[in-house]
Design a protein around this ligand. Structure first.
Ligand code: CS2
Length: 470
């Protein structure tokens, strides 16, 4: 079959072709994290913004680790397809907004040059929670990171520092990861890297960064399951050309950005992005309701023998769990965000999309970092006000269960995997295991809450038997 590339575009039906001429774009955005989520979210917004404004916004995408994706993208002239998965069938089209693909280590010099280029006015990141290398104790940079130069934040901080030294062309650096206050989190670790660099001019660099580098907070939303071999085959059939890197996502997508940019940016609002003074109400609603339910469905679903989110929604407890979790957590949300009841209804519909095969193991991976964003702040706030937390307790039991003996069989990965597995000492009381797990994820206050650890432990036998008692 003909491979996808610029030449092959000419023979495709017009509705499959990108809305921009890829050859006419210029690299103005540098993105770190070349995974499916970026390709199905920011890349699509940027392409539509370019098409609708006539401005040539293109993205140079940098892969933190893999060289494989980079080489496969280059072989396709950086083109790939994105398919909207609707229950009535998929709607594919080629995305043309990538102007280049780079591997962080192998192509380090090119990445450095892009970061100092005044033509680059926006840097975006989807590097997942673990890419920020935060200490669970301080929230700043983890001083134990061995080789900062090989990490995205290390390279980004060095690139921004070089940019400041060479005339300080303003730039906005936009975290698109699922963390509360993601702009401030990124700013803090970047500053910490500059401080830790030991460079004699670091104070001056930090002062310039305060003036010329903006770190707006954002909320990104689109459910994008990892691409499978079956997706590659189905996409080839739908397109008539072979795309080695297709992505697919639900029809819904949203992007809310703090209106605090230091330099020109793509007019993403032309594709529906929302610019607001404060993203916190949207961010906490999305993290605690959508991502919070997702993690709960994933952990409990795995215990119940389910494989995908759609499986959990077909189980008799799935919809009830989403609604009960949203209702429990809603009192912790700031005013000014979406209505929690309607949001929960929408989630049930989105999660129930049978055209999506969203694997629970993907969502349950990196749980130690995800639950600290998605569940623990709400749990803390509810317990402080003396409110009951039965749903979060059940969810926590589900998570604890995924860290226990046999957890590797489910294909879940976690940077804290060994430390979590070590909490399961033979003969220990279950509540003590829960206590050790909470301490390991940096929540000693919750670990000391005996009523909580006992309530969580009480659910473990049923989960071990495959029952979700809600
Ligand atoms: C999911 C998210 O994998 C996960 O942990 O909860 O990727 C989720 O699909 C997105 O945040 C939806 O916007």
């Amino acid at each position: 079959m003909t491979p996808l590339n610029r030449r092959a575009l000419r023979d495709l039906a017009p509705e499959l072709r990108p809305p921009v001429d890829p050859a006419g774009l210029r690299t103005r955005v540098v993105h770190f994290g070349i995974g499916a989520f970026h390709r199905a979210h920011q890349a699509v917004y940027t392409e539509n913004a370019a098409a609708r404004s006539g401005e040539p916004w293109g993205i140079a995408a940098v892969a933190p680790r893999s060289t494989e994706t980079v080489d496969a993208l280059r072989a396709q002239d950086c083109l790939y397809s994105a398919t909207e998965r609707r229950p009535e069938g998929g709607v594919p089209r080629i995305v043309g907004s990538l102007t280049g693909a780079y591997a962080l280590r192998r192509d380090g010099a090119a990445v450095d040059a892009l970061l100092t280029d005044p033509q680059t006015t926006v840097v975006t990141l989807t590097i997942t929670e673990k890419g920020y290398h935060r200490s669970s104790r301080t929230g700043g940079l983890d001083p134990a990171v061995p080789d900062l130069g090989t990490t995205v934040i290390g390279r980004l901080a060095a690139g921004l520092a070089a940019r400041m030294r060479s005339g300080a062309a303003p730039v906005s650096v936009v975290s698109c990861d699922n963390m509360a206050d993601n702009g401030a989190v990124l700013e803090r670790v970047v500053h910490d890297v500059v401080r830790a660099s030991g460079q004699p001019d670091r104070d001056r660099v930090l002062e310039l960064m305060d003036q010329y580098v903006a770190f707006p907070a954002t909320v990104v939303d689109r459910i994008v399951p990892a691409t499978t071999a079956a997706d590659v085959t189905a996409t080839a059939t739908a397109l008539g050309v072979h795309d080695a890197l297709p992505v697919s996502g639900e029809p819904y997508r949203q992007w809310v950005l703090q209106d605090r940019f230091a330099a020109p940016r793509p007019p993403w609002e032309l594709d529906g992005a929302l610019f607001v003074p404060d993203v916190a109400p949207y961010q906490l609603t999305k993290l605690r309701l959508l991502n919070g339910s997702h993690s709960a469905l994933a952990c409990l679903g795995i215990a119940a023998g389910c494989t995908t989110i759609a499986d959990t929604m077909a189980a008799d407890w799935g919809e009830r769990l989403v609604k009960a979790l949203c209702a429990e957590v809603a009192p912790t949300l700031p005013a000014g965000g979406p209505d929690p009841d309607r949001y929960a209804e929408d989630l049930v519909a989105r999660f129930g999309n049978t055209a999506m095969r969203h694997f629970l193991r993907q969502i349950a991976s990196d749980g130690s970092l995800k639950i600290t964003e998605r569940w623990l702040p709400a749990l803390r706030s509810l317990r402080e006000r003396g409110a009951a937390t039965p749903v979060l307790e059940l969810a926590l039991a589900g998570w604890a269960h995924t860290t226990g003996p046999g957890s590797q069989d489910h294909g879940i990965t976690d940077p804290a995997q060994d430390a979590l597995a070590a909490c399961w000492r033979t003969g220990a009381a279950p509540a003590d295991t829960v206590r050790a797990l909470l301490t390991t994820v940096g929540a000693p206050d919750l670990a000391d809450d005996t009523a909580l650890t006992t309530a969580v432990a009480r659910h473990l036998p049923a989960l071990r038997a495959g029952h979700v008692d809600l």
